[in-house]
Design a protein. Structure first.
Length: 291
């Protein structure tokens, strides 16, 4: 239901105080009148409240609003926008609305650009969102759960993969040469054979279909152009997959026998999940070797 298609029995709602500003989306004088009337002006009966969503622990909504939320996919585009604006007028934050209905924040901001919250509503949002004293807010909770799920699956797979010598060799090589702190699957080496093995291993055991990116670390006296062409040929990577090279200036290190073509760093694109799985495999291999 919307304000222009039926009369809502407006009851007192938590978080909504006073008047609301005029919006450009008012569809009728009646809708505008309802929006500018203090909520709860019709009678003093207590509202039929429904337990709130977990995101807004202290926020409560009327059953009629939750019914509109349940039927969200059946609403017209205008009715969806009206629902978003109505929820915003109740004093809900964008995050709380997005947990009730599947809408992007940018779309919601467009719908509600003319809806102004009162100072009391803003204070109520801050109070609901405030962390418990002494307990910091865990903003990465969902990702941590997902990473643990990835690790557990990797450990289960390792029980069978341990019988594959190529898998074990790749894990052992990554244990010694791979990136451990960048949350991205990658390896640096001066030997193209080692890097080719790593690339084939990552593609075979992680199904890495996003491709690879490469970077070369050189000294000032190295020929960068020749090195990029050589590494591109050795790794069968187009030059467009090479990022800007790092050139170490003279006089910043004690090494004199500079590698002619430097050291190449190869990273797997979009490989955060593969990175965590590989670290779990390394932990598994440590236990097996220890036993």
């Amino acid at each position: 239901l919307s304000y222009t298609r039926g009369i809502l029995d407006c009851k007192p709602l938590v978080g909504l105080v006073g008047f609301e500003p005029t919006t450009s989306c008012s569809q009728s004088k009646r809708a505008a009148k309802l929006r500018h009337s203090p909520i709860g002006s019709k009678g003093n009966s207590s509202p039929d409240l429904v337990p709130p969503h977990s995101y807004g622990r202290t926020m409560e909504l009327e059953a009629e609003f939750l019914e509109r939320v349940r039927k969200y996919e059946l609403l017209s585009q205008w009715e969806k926008a009206e629902l978003g604006r109505d929820l915003r007028r109740l004093g809900l934050s964008y995050g709380e609305i997005m947990e009730l209905v599947p809408v992007k924040k940018s779309t919601l901001a467009t719908w509600c650009r003319d809806v102004k919250l009162t100072n009391e509503q803003i204070a109520a949002i801050k109070k609901r969102r405030a962390p418990v004293p002494g307990i910091p807010r865990d903003t990465q909770r969902k990702r941590k759960i997902e990473i643990e799920r990835i690790r557990q699956k990797a450990l289960r797979d390792a029980r069978y993969l341990i019988l594959d010598p190529t898998w074990a060799a790749g894990v052992a090589m990554y244990w010694g040469e791979g990136f451990k702190t960048q949350c991205q699957l990658g390896m640096a080496n001066a030997d193209p054979h080692a890097l080719r093995f790593f690339m084939n291993w990552a593609a075979g055991y992680h199904g890495s279909s996003e491709g690879f990116r490469a970077k070369i670390n050189l000294h000032a006296d190295n020929d960068e152009v020749a090195a990029r062409i050589w590494w591109s040929k050795e790794l069968d990577l187009p030059l467009t997959d090479f990022t800007k090279s790092f050139i170490k200036p003279d006089g910043t290190g004690h090494r004199k026998n500079h590698l002619e073509r430097g050291v190449c760093l190869v990273r797997v694109r979009k490989s955060a999940n593969a990175f965590h799985a590989t670290l779990a495999w390394i932990e598994f291999l440590k236990v097996q070797l220890g036993n």
